[in-house]
Design a protein around this ligand. Structure first.
Ligand code: NAP
Length: 529
């Protein structure tokens, strides 16, 4: 069988689009397969009310093209989902990407043929293609988690999942609505749904920390300044652990006098956004320091929420920043509305969904519509839905049965010529995804070019290098408080999923340095054949 493409790319979100562009630039042939009918990945599927990015728009954008940076106009501090989707479409058109993307087509299987050194790829539409490389760009939060609550299929009204929202406007006006979940998606959508609905009932299993976004229209003068100094801003961001250009206060929270500490928290709170966790450098390293930040947020909830029982239930008890910090607009205030009820289900799971609502803690709740804001099978979910088989026909699903193991979060022993953009073992979800995606894509494109120039047809990590990297990922995780709670970072939200802290938490600069060392040492840790 002949080779159809140098590379098959799975997914046309920000990773897949840039990968296609870079490979074409270098003279490789590539075909992208995308399940949706358009580009945008996460931003194509997550159309729930209030969806917006919690990284500032001028930073959550591509940097590979200075022309694109200059011509695109972000309108708000935090871009809405529709605006980000327009941006993705603009990129697809500007770089003429669509002609190599096959939409509404899922990859069903990818099997490595050891005799021909080719990947044989099959789609759900019956396509069969052969490619030298398979590059997954499926996103880290793209496999929606529908919890196995008894009776879910019995509900007579419409059920919506935030991660797979309909492509038409869903209007909750005059409707009663039940929402399960209080993660980022819920925290963004609840205030908006509450303004529409006749009544909204929120079922909360774990109270979550959120900080105000203080979103606003972008001041044209600020945009002008950013555009004049984009390179410097991007460079500064590369030196920050999360790849986001904000200032980290090097002081320890607990070692800082109380009044000064409060001033710092207050200043960050007033500014808004994820930079709150950079108020002090040890918030995720010391329980005592963490508690100062957690207490500060809890005091804010107490100030805002009028009903003391509701306020108490909304106060998170765990470590702040252990689960992903949320960023909101008017979330706590929403619980002062007469048409919003909070049901604390932290001590007893939902009994069952019924035809007209659900039953929890011995009580029946009735509503017209059900919203599942129940998150994703993160980081490995989408990858493992595809039947990926490497050497000896071994399935990736089996290889990762005790948790994902990779070299640099990009490659896996036994799966030659397979690259996983923002895969488990890379910083990905702990960073601004756009620069992390670009760094991975550049690594892969440069690697393919090097292989071509050396006449090498197969690249695969060696076991010792992978083990050493897995060790580094684990060691980094053990240092921080972030690995200590039941979050999707450790797979705790999916029953039966192995408990492994999946992303690399050593920070983007350390990660980039590790990748550069590998390249500078002639792809150290890889076997080239
Ligand atoms: P999530 O953070 O995993 O939240 C899911 C929620 O559903 C949690 O409150 C969870 O409770 C609850 N839940 C799940 N199964 C349940 C069950 N059987 N019964 C009751 N409650 C249940 O998911 P998400 O809100 O979609 O966010 C996922 C990630 O996507 C975020 O952490 C973030 O990285 C990203 N995201 C980003 C943005 C943004 O940029 N602004 C917006 C949305 C999402 P437990 O906590 O008890 O498990």
């Amino acid at each position: 069988m002949s080779v159809d493409f140098d590379a098959v790319i799975v997914g046309a979100g920000f990773g897949g689009m840039y990968m296609l562009h870079r490979l074409r630039d270098k003279g490789f042939t590539a075909r992208v397969f995308e399940a949706g009918s358009g580009v945008g990945g996460t931003w194509y599927w997550n159309r729930y009310p209030g969806a917006r990015c919690d990284v500032e728009s001028v930073q959550y954008s591509y940097q590979f093209s200075p022309e694109l940076e200059q011509e695109w106009e972000w309108t708000e501090r935090y871009a809405t989902q529709p605006e980000i989707l327009r941006y993705a479409n603009h990129v697809a058109d500007r770089f003429d990407l669509r002609r190599d993307i096959r939409f509404e087509t899922r990859i069903a299987a990818a099997v490595f043929d050891e005799t021909a050194n080719l990947w044989r790829v099959e789609t759900d539409k019956g396509d069969k293609v052969a490619a030298r490389f398979v590059i997954t760009a499926m996103g880290c939060l793209s496999s929606p988690n529908t919890p196995k609550i008894p009776g879910l299929a019995d509900f007579k009204g419409p059920t919506y999942h935030t991660g797979n929202w309909p492509h038409k406007d869903v209007d909750f006006t005059a409707k009663t609505v039940g929402v399960i979940g209080t993660g980022s998606s819920a925290i963004q959508s609840i205030p908006i749904m509450a303004r529409q609905a006749k009544h909204l009932t929120v079922f909360q299993r774990t109270a979550n920390y959120t900080v105000p976004a203080h979103n606003k229209p972008l001041d044209p003068e600020y945009v002008r300044q950013v555009k004049a100094s984009y390179r410097e801003m991007r460079q500064r961001a590369r030196t920050k652990p999360a790849g986001i250009d904000f200032t980290i206060n090097p002081a320890s929270a607990i070692a800082t006098p109380e009044e000064e500490r409060r001033r710092e928290f207050e200043a960050r709170w007033t500014y808004g956004g994820l930079g709150f966790m950079a108020s002090f450098s040890d918030l995720l390293l010391s329980d005592e320091s963490n508690k100062t930040a957690a207490d500060f947020v809890r005091s804010k909830i107490r100030d805002v929420v009028k009903d003391p029982t509701t306020a108490e239930a909304l106060m998170p008890k765990n470590i702040i920043g252990c689960k992903r910090l949320c960023v909101d607009t008017g979330y706590w205030e929403t619980f002062n509305r007469p048409n919003v009820t909070l049901v604390d289900i932290s001590d007893e799971p939902i009994e069952r969904v019924t035809a007209s609502g659900l039953r929890a803690k011995g009580k029946d709740y009735r509503f017209d519509c059900l919203v599942l804001a129940t998150g994703f099978d993160a980081m490995t979910g989408a990858l493992l839905k595809v039947d990926i088989r490497g050497r000896g026909g071994v399935a990736l699903k089996d290889k990762w049965s005790e948790g994902p193991k990779s070299y640099l979060g990009l490659t896996v022993v036994g799966f030659p010529n397979l690259f996983t953009i923002t895969g488990p073992g890379s910083p990905s979800v702990l960073t601004n995804m756009l620069p992390s995606i670009e760094q991975h894509v550049d690594f892969i494109a440069d690697c393919l070019e090097t292989l071509r120039s050396k006449g090498v047809s197969v690249i695969e990590p060696v076991e010792e290098a992978q083990e050493a990297w897995v060790g580094q990922v684990g060691n980094a995780a053990n240092i921080t408080l972030r690995s200590t709670c039941s979050s999707w970072y450790v797979g705790a939200n999916i029953p039966g999923k192995p408990r492994v802290f999946m992303p690399y938490i050593g920070g983007l600069p350390a990660y980039i340095a590790a990748c550069e060392t590998v390249v500078n040492n002639d792809y150290e840790g890889f076997a080239l054949a």
